[in-house]
Design a protein around this ligand. Structure first.
Ligand code: ZN
Length: 369
């Protein structure tokens, strides 16, 4: 496989420039304080890979952090941030350091082999959202199978090639399952899957999961098979939400309180199903934001973190880049959350005051909230 990190150097330098400017002007520090007073930032990771695994994986760059970057980040964060344990709701009152919560989606085997040893060295609690019917499987999810297939057949190099593979995967996400699977099998042809990727791109077995659970790692559900819940019939979505929770509880004992939506996709109906299934908190992963006390417990925003959000243009961990790519983005999201809450309150206030809205006014309020 080509290296998943092939974003253009120009883009990297541009980001470093803005991040440096915001730090020098004091804006980054100010924003960190502002976020700290309001809530916690929940980070979404997927995979942490060694250099040799990076050469073999079919996962896209947006899902990967290098092992040395992850270690340098946790070392820095354990001094400058406070880690929240998602077993409980964050303590909103404490005003010490800015709170971060670490979560991993999908249940990749590197979470047991690489993440756990590093996280336990820095005493960082974390949650892994697993997919019960895809445990102990090589190439468990279709995006890796697609990337492996496209990598063999697509032309172009570097960032263009990675971008075109990324676009193809985004387009496939919108298709019904059957149609998507048939297109992927066409792409794969009769040659089968890439073996090098299959050795690296596998999920944890139940034995690995039980072992980590016994060592204090928290597990949540990421559905039974990782279907995007807004693209399947609602009865299937319910099955994915309910049976995954049951399976985790049966295998690990105790209650499974946490849920994360595959690809971060949620609708009002899907949210309702998650709430009814007995989960306490459910996490999104689309728009960055901050978990505040005003958040809907079933629509908690997270910030996706990959290598690009952590390193400077030389590939070394940079606290300034983290502040810019993660804390700054979360703060922008928080601003939108606050605005939207404000609008909702205004709307509720106007509705209860008994005033009759003109249809045009109603429409514009609905859109912005
Ligand atoms: Zn996922």
């Amino acid at each position: 496989m080509a290296s998943p990190f092939s974003r253009s150097a120009l883009r990297g330098h541009g980001k470093a420039f803005w991040a440096g400017l915001l730090r020098a002007s004091g804006m980054l520090a100010l924003v960190r304080k502002w976020v700290k007073r309001r809530g916690a930032i929940v980070l979404t990771f997927h995979r942490v890979l060694t250099d040799s695994e990076l050469q073999q994986t079919a996962s896209l760059g947006g899902m990967i952090v290098r092992d040395r970057t992850f270690a340098a980040f946790l070392n820095h964060a354990s001094h400058h941030y406070e880690f929240a344990n998602l077993v409980q709701e964050p303590d909103w009152k404490s005003a010490g350091k800015l709170k971060l919560a670490v979560t991993f989606d999908d249940g990749w085997s590197d979470n047991a082999e690489t993440v756990y040893p590093i996280a336990s060295q820095y005493h960082v609690p974390f949650v892994i959202f697993i997919v019960p019917e895809k445990t102990g499987t090589a190439l468990p999810f279709w995006p890796e199978r697609t990337a492996a297939a496209l990598d063999r057949i697509s032309s172009g190099h570097g960032s263009r090639r990675a971008a075109s593979i990324g676009r193809a995967i985004e387009a496939l996400k919108a298709l019904p399952t059957m149609e998507r699977e048939s297109r992927i099998s066409q792409m794969l042809g009769s040659g089968g899957l890439l073996e090098s990727s299959a050795t690296v791109d596998k999920t944890m077995t139940w034995e690995q999961i039980a072992d980590l659970h016994a060592r204090g790692v928290t597990f949540g559900s990421h559905t039974s098979t990782h279907e995007i819940l807004t693209t399947v019939p609602i009865a299937q979505a319910e099955q994915e939400i309910v049976s995954s929770r049951k399976a985790i509880q049966q295998k690990l004992g105790g209650s499974c309180h946490l849920f994360s939506y595959p690809n971060g996709n949620c609708s009002e109906q899907v949210r309702e199903l998650v709430a009814q299934a007995g989960y306490k908190f459910a996490f999104l992963d689309q728009e960055p934001g901050v978990w505040t006390r005003d958040c809907d417990p079933f629509l908690i925003p997270r910030v996706n973190v990959c290598e690009y959000h952590l390193v400077d243009s030389d590939g070394n961990f940079s606290p300034t880049i983290f502040d810019y790519a993660v804390v700054w983005s979360a703060a922008k999201g928080l601003l939108l959350q606050m605005l939207s809450n404000r609008l909702k309150k205004l709307k509720r206030g106007t509705e209860t005051s008994g005033k009759t809205w003109e249809p045009t006014e109603k429409k514009s309020m609905g859109k912005s909230s």
